[in-house]
Design a protein around this ligand. Structure first.
Ligand code: MG
Length: 452
């Protein structure tokens, strides 16, 4: 049986085992105590288990004196934005993001529309460990309202982005293929594209939660979208994950350009309009860093995880940021990863570029990334990382989140996993061969250190 995954980004578990009604109860009761009442926005992705989880979440919130605003099946970023819209005490996104369909989970949102910071999440988890709840009497029970306009408000906010030339984009009449993998993006992504004058060819748009393929928008899962583009002659395609915070792009020939390239396209567009600061996480492609340097913009890397990027962005007042997994954060809309934002910025970038998607990708700094993992069962990951840090102390090394070593043309980042006995090794170099060699080399070094 898999374990319940508890991390700074919330909890995830499998239905019928780790994500039990009792577990959901305990976390939501703790969150209610943490919030001390008030309004809570609740939204979910399209998973088959969504109704069951939602009923428990809403019931426990109301039993603990919180009012519920149920916004239905929506992207996670929509829940975040609605917390701000309603000036709510907090929010719950019921989703397991890109995990397969037997999973579900809870993401906890703070009153500013961002996820709980690591310290505040820790408070909730402690309340849960102590089985805290705050049941109220019959006349203090929370009330529930439903609101089906959240997605429309989200679309309006995206259309209000100051960098968009809506009339210009509309005139291009882009032909766009879309794969929302039967997740929560089936309404918002086609509707946004239509408002921008695109001819939309949508596949897997029914929000049934019965994912047509493995839902993570990685190249190997985008073959169907590639075929649709080749068959219909679409200009390009977008794929999003089930809770619509990640966006990957497929080019005019049906080839995925790699999710690492979604952010650089947005970054280049934004910096060409407005100089400012950028935050990306430690494992994100150097392409965005190169673009920031080209525009003389201040550039900061944060720990991995949306909240770490978002917190740093707030701190330094960044104009854009994100993660290499297709997560674009534009604070002008809200400080969270948002696939509709990525879609709109990509259309504007295509309008201004004037060539094909393949050409746009090739106009950006070219890198290849490799993500490996090494099994370190029974060995303390921190010890391995310490020894590596010592060995490479004379290189350009960063210990903010594991060990990252920057070389002239490449970098490697080693991080421990909080849920499995593995070390992740992410490497990037100007081509695939060198990236593989670098990741393999560090894989061998980890194994050598482990044997000592
Ligand atoms: Mg997601």
């Amino acid at each position: 049986m898999s374990r319940l995954m508890v991390s700074v980004s919330g909890i995830r578990g499998e239905i019928g085992s780790t994500l039990s009604p009792e577990t959901i109860h305990d976390f939501i009761a703790a969150f209610s105590v943490f919030l001390k009442g008030g309004k809570v926005v609740v939204g979910r992705d399209s998973r088959v288990s969504g109704p069951f989880v939602t009923h428990i979440v809403k019931g426990v919130l109301m039993a603990n004196g919180c009012d519920v605003i149920d916004i239905g099946i929506v992207p996670t970023p929509t829940v975040q934005m609605e917390v701000e819209h309603y000036k709510a005490a907090g929010g719950i996104a019921i989703t397991a993001s890109h995990n397969p369909l037997q999973w579900n989970g809870l993401k906890f949102i703070d009153s500013d529309g961002r996820f709980l910071s690591p310290a505040r999440a820790e408070e909730v988890f402690k309340l849960r460990d102590n089985k805290r709840s705050n049941p109220v009497e019959w006349d203090k029970l929370g009330k529930e309202v439903q609101d089906d306009q959240a997605v429309m408000r989200h679309i309006d906010a995206v259309l209000n982005i100051s960098y968009l030339d809506i009339e210009g984009i509309r005139k291009e009449n882009f032909k766009v293929a879309v794969d929302t993998v039967n997740g929560a993006g089936g309404e918002i992504i086609p509707a946004l594209l239509e408002k921008l004058g695109c001819e939309v060819i949508a596949i897997n748009k029914e929000m049934t939660g019965e994912f047509a393929h493995t839902p993570e928008p990685l190249p190997e899962n985008l073959k169907q979208l590639g075929d649709v583009i080749r068959k219909t002659g679409a200009d390009f395609g977008f794929a999003v994950d089930p809770d619509v915070d990640r966006c990957a792009i497929v080019d005019n020939k049906g080839n995925p350009i790699g999710e690492e390239y979604t952010l650089p396209i947005a970054v280049k567009l934004v910096f060409s309009k407005k100089m400012g600061r950028i935050v990306i996480n430690m494992s994100t492609s150097r392409a965005s860093e190169d673009i920031a340097k080209y525009y003389n913009c201040m550039f900061i890397r944060s720990k991995v995880g949306e909240i770490n990027v978002a917190d740093k962005m707030k701190e330094i007042d960044a104009v854009i940021g994100g993660e290499g997994n297709g997560g674009v954060i534009l604070p002008e809309v809200h400080t969270g990863r948002d696939a509709p934002v990525a879609v709109a910025l990509t259309l504007q970038a295509m309008l201004e570029f004037g060539g094909t998607m393949e050409e746009l990708k090739n106009s950006l700094p070219q890198y290849s990334m490799v993500k490996n993992k090494v099994n370190i069962e029974g060995i303390d990951p921190d010890l391995i990382l310490e020894k590596l840090a010592e060995k490479y102390k004379n290189e350009e090394i960063d210990l903010l989140d594991g060990v990252k070593i920057d070389f002239e043309q490449s970098w490697v980042h080693l991080r421990k996993s909080n849920t499995e006995p593995i070390l992740r090794i992410i490497s990037e170099a100007p081509n695939e061969k060198e990236a593989n060699e670098l990741a393999d080399r560090f894989g061998r070094e980890v194994q050598e250190i482990s044997r000592k």
